[in-house]
Write a protein that binds this ligand. Structure first.
Ligand code: PLP
Length: 395
């Protein structure tokens, strides 16, 4: 008999499965469960974008594209970023179209990180960063973001976490799961530390378009000379409601992209062709109508965000007001439970699924993540049940 445990890559073998998935496997076994757990838009991809993808198939555009993606799409992404973040990337050598921001993150980590390196990871954070960094042989080092700091990276704590092995830092705002946003001045405070220690930056900007309260999204790549040391990761999943199309992009200076290109070429070949045509239409149509679809969806998220946060605070679950993305991250400590105990008890008593904050790192353990990428009716129904649950447990 084969000893599989001995045959497998120990880093991959010992990696913890995603805490989100683990929880939803339990929830999936329950009938009529109301879920506020999923991190993807409830909106269907706007029809104009989908039609372009479908039409490309009917037109016989069913072959591979260039490894880096369709040149028209790279040009459109370049034009989009010129306007959106004010940083120019050369479509021929500094942009690669990826299979979601997910592939971009994996390729970027593999291009930069090597065994012995350390990478600073803001925590709580999206579940893939630490495992993907570990797969490169590098070590992820958590830097906690506190509710008192509006879940932003605290420059002093970043500096304290730096050693002579630190190679890079992940900057991920608007943040999943906290909804924290680092504004221009916040990022400017980090820049001298990053430069002093000669770090590379992975900037996950997938929620960049989804900021509220009149905030303006700033990419760290747009500050001073930071473009030279920043790898921007983004895509169409969230703001354009295109998660299932699996389309993202990665942008960085050419010497970095030359290495990313090889990893992408050998591992992926190219992003799906029909999805690239749909994404091209998403940008071209949006240039014409000043991003009407994106703005419309954002204003719906904003309405839900305000409703959700007001009700959570009213029921005594202290909730930081999220400034971006589509998640609220209330603290459940007042119930005497941690996030995992709370989520399990809520599921058991009321058939409502939320994600335990510990899934996003230890520092999230007293919190739960609630997604507001659901209709107001669904949010209301779930909140009524949470309210009943709190009353029943006497909180
Ligand atoms: N980055 C963050 C912060 C996310 O929350 C997600 C998805 O939830 C991703 C990246 C991955 O996005 P994509 O669908 O583009 O792979």
């Amino acid at each position: 008999m084969i000893d599989y445990q001995a045959k497998l890559n120990p880093v991959a073998r010992d990696m913890k499965p995603s805490g989100i998935r683990k929880f939803f496997e339990i929830a999936a076994t329950r009938k009529d469960c109301i879920s506020l757990g999923v991190g993807e838009p409830d909106f269907v991809t706007p029809e104009k974008f989908s039609r372009a993808g479908i039409q490309s198939i009917l037109d016989g555009k069913t072959q591979y594209t260039a490894n880096a993606g369709l040149m028209e799409l790279r040009k459109a992404i370049s034009k989009y970023l010129d306007g959106f973040i004010g940083v120019h990337y050369d479509p021929a050598s500094e942009i690669i179209v990826t299979v979601g921001a997910s592939e971009g993150l994996d390729a970027a980590f593999r291009a930069v990180c090597a065994p012995g390196d350390e990478v600073l990871v803001p925590e709580p954070c999206f579940v893939c960063y630490a495992p993907l960094v570990s797969l490169t042989g590098a070590t992820p080092v958590a830097v906690k973001c506190h509710i008192e700091d509006e879940f932003k990276l605290n420059p002093a704590e970043v500096e304290a976490a730096i050693t002579d092995k630190t190679k890079a830092i992940i900057v991920a705002f608007p943040n999943n799961p906290t909804g924290g946003v680092m504004e221009k001045a916040d990022l400017e405070a980090l820049v001298p530390i990053i430069e002093k220690h000669d770090l590379m930056v992975f900037s996950d900007e997938i929620y960049g378009e989804l900021v509220y309260n009149g905030l303006q999204f700033t990419s760290i790549a747009s500050i001073g000379n930071m473009r030279e040391r920043t790898i921007v990761l983004s895509g169409f999943s969230k703001a354009f409601a295109m998660t299932g199309w699996r389309l993202g992009y990665i942008c960085a200076p050419k010497p970095v992209m030359d290495v990313v290109y090889k990893i992408h070429q050998y591992g992926i070949m190219c992003a799906p062709t029909a999805a690239q045509y749909a994404a091209l239409a998403a940008l071209e149509e949006s240039f014409k109508d000043d991003f009407a679809e994106v703005k419309e969806m954002r204003s719906k998220y904003d309405e839900r965000r305000r409703y959700l946060v007001d009700r959570l605070n009213a029921m005594g679950l202290t909730c930081f007001e999220p400034r971006g993305a589509f998640y609220a991250f209330p603290c459940v400590k007042s119930t005497g439970m941690d996030g995992e105990q709370f989520a399990l008890a809520l599921l058991d008593a009321k058939n409502v699924a939320v994600v335990p904050g510990g899934a996003f790192g230890d520092s999230g353990k007293d919190f739960i993540r609630i997604s507001y990428a659901y209709s107001v009716e669904a949010i209301k129904k779930a909140l009524d049940k949470i309210e009943e649950f709190l009353a029943e447990i006497g909180k």
